[in-house]
Write a protein that binds this ligand. Structure first.
Ligand SMILES: [Cu+2]
Length: 127
């Protein structure tokens, strides 16, 4: 009996935590959480990943190759990839990201791992 009550208390407090975390999200988010096991260890990681997608990194464009969809960026630390600052070549997700880009531009960009390579998915002018 004691073990059962302890388990119930733990599950309830985990559910309460999950509910609080999804409060600012849509009804879909809350519904999604209801179907998850409260003991699911990946629950917090899957909640955190959409926020990691917004990580922008400072950089300066060194080289652009539109035909190969590649851009060379001297970049600061990329926190979501745990990469220190360096100059390197990135693949870009979409060629149109290079339309407004010019060599020497200071930018903020988002890069993430996609299928084993690092891909730039967003480029914005630095403020
Ligand atoms: Cu790098």
């Amino acid at each position: 009996m004691t073990t059962f009550n302890n388990l119930m208390n733990r599950s309830l407090s985990l559910l309460a935590l999950a509910g609080a975390a999804t409060l600012p999200l849509s009804a879909f988010g809350a519904d999604h959480m209801d179907k998850m096991s409260p003991k699911e260890p990946m629950a917090s990681a899957s909640v955190a990943s959409p926020m990691a997608a917004a990580d922008m990194t400072d950089g300066v464009i060194r080289k652009i190759d539109k035909s190969l969809k590649k851009i060379t960026i001297k970049h600061g630390e990329i926190k979501n990839l745990e990469m220190p600052g360096m100059t390197m070549v990135f693949q870009v997700k979409d060629e149109s990201l290079l339309d407004k880009a010019k060599v020497g531009d200071a930018i903020k960009f988002h890069a993430e791992k996609q299928g084993g390579s690092i891909v730039v998915t967003d480029i914005q002018p630095a403020q």
